[in-house]
Ligand binder design. Structure first.
Ligand SMILES: Cc1ncc(COP(=O)(O)O)c(C=O)c1O
Length: 387
């Protein structure tokens, strides 16, 4: 991965590095382990080279064996979105888990305390409001825990997050007064760079602006007497720029482990970095330029591409330049080819999904390929853990 603008060549995914008939049945999500390991190693090396911690977002893979690979390669821990994912990964022995999502409601807080009582893993949580933290602090204090809280700061995505500067300092000082929690840091997800940047220069500049807003805010919080340690930014499209930013301590990319059509279009990955495919079977050939496959929205999801103008696509057909899944029903995927193709009923194709994270979430298990053949089947044990 170079961080250069996508070209015709990088945008056209070639055939995957395995024979499609090595997969037992379809539709099947297939991981190429060699490519996964290469993606994992490269991000770890980028982080290490710049003296920045790597905390991959495990929502992409939802697989404890991949979290273990990431930790082995040097990651300090993982991020998850939901407590249900934290329960799975803590159970699998991941020692440091950041729940990067506000835990709201009595049942969630009871589960957080249960998790703390049953695991030796360090569990930190996100918040951007006093109302979120007060019940956590109260429950944690009465159970004898101190929960690290990382404050979410809005650096431009305008989703969750307190505003940088004084509003964050004010929230940090209110949180610092509470027993049961410890203000451990600040974090942001600069996801707006994906949709707003028009060039690589834009991406770099917007990432640097987000990093600077976060790092300056961290300095203000420290100047107010709260010695926070973590200053964390995160996305696969921006981490290579973020590591260059002064005073950032951590990056949290997720999708980089597999990549997808979005990451190709972002110029954040090349076709060689694609490590996850959906292998599907042709079940119909209604016209010379159209085929129907056994993977519809219940496999590929209906996620659209949010960037650029690639035309209608729910995924690219690997090895067939210009061919895309252009329409999905629940169980039918309609492929369109730019010219007549000789694919026949019963043939297999590999699809590169628009957005791999929700695709993994729909699969019970994935096939793992090493040196061209299926060597293992992994249960996606954190799939569906949305509570
Ligand atoms: C809070 C947060 N951090 C990190 C990430 C990782 O981003 P990506 O999957 O683009 O690497 C996400 C993605 O949704 C996120 O929401």
């Amino acid at each position: 991965m170079t961080g250069t603008a996508p070209t015709e060549e990088t945008l056209v995914p070639g055939l995957p590095p395995f024979a499609l008939d090595t997969v037992d049945d379809t539709p099947e999500v297939v991981l190429d382990l060699g490519r996964v390991q290469r993606n994992v190693a490269r991000a770890a090396a980028t982080a290490a080279e710049h003296g920045v911690a790597l905390r991959p977002h495990a929502k992409t893979h939802k697989l404890p064996p991949i979290a273990a690979l990431q930790i082995e390669a040097g990651a300090v821990g993982i991020q998850v979105a939901k407590l249900g994912e934290a329960e799975v990964f803590a159970g699998a022995g991941i020692a440091d888990i950041f729940v990067g999502y506000p835990l709201v409601g009595p049942r969630k807080i009871a589960r957080l305390i249960e998790l703390l009582e049953t695991t030796s893993s360090r569990i930190s949580v996100a918040a951007d409001a006093l109302e979120v933290v007060v019940p956590i602090a109260r429950a944690a204090a009465s159970a004898g825990f101190t929960v690290p809280v990382v404050i979410e700061v809005d650096t431009g995505l305008h989703r969750l997050g307190v505003q940088p500067g004084r509003p964050t300092v004010e929230l940090a000082s209110r949180l610092a007064d509470l027993d049961g929690v410890d203000v451990a840091g600040v974090f942001t997800h600069e996801g707006h760079v994906y949709t707003e940047a028009r060039s690589m220069e834009d991406k770099r500049a917007m990432t640097q602006a987000a990093c600077a807003a976060l790092a300056d805010t961290a300095e203000l919080v420290r100047a107010s007497g709260i010695p926070l340690a973590t200053v964390s930014v995160g996305s696969s499209g921006t981490f290579r720029f973020a590591v260059e930013c002064p005073n950032i301590t951590e990056i949290r990319p997720g999708t980089y482990v597999f990549n997808d059509l979005s990451q190709l279009l972002q110029g954040a990955a090349t076709a060689d970095d694609l490590a996850a495919f959906v292998v599907a079977t042709v079940v119909g050939r209604p016209e010379a330029t159209r085929a129907v496959i056994d993977a519809g929205s219940k496999v590929l999801t209906s996620d659209r591409l949010l960037i650029g103008d690639p035309g209608p696509t729910f995924g690219a057909v690997a090895g067939y330049p210009g061919a895309h899944a252009t329409r999905l029903s629940e169980e039918h995927g309609l492929l369109e080819f730019p010219a007549p193709t000789d694919l026949r009923i019963g043939d297999r194709v590999a699809i590169v999904p628009n957005h791999i994270c929700p695709v993994i979430n729909l699969a019970d298990s994935v096939s793992v390929i090493a040196d061209g053949t299926v060597v293992e089947r992994w249960e996606v044990s954190a799939r569906g853990r949305v509570k």
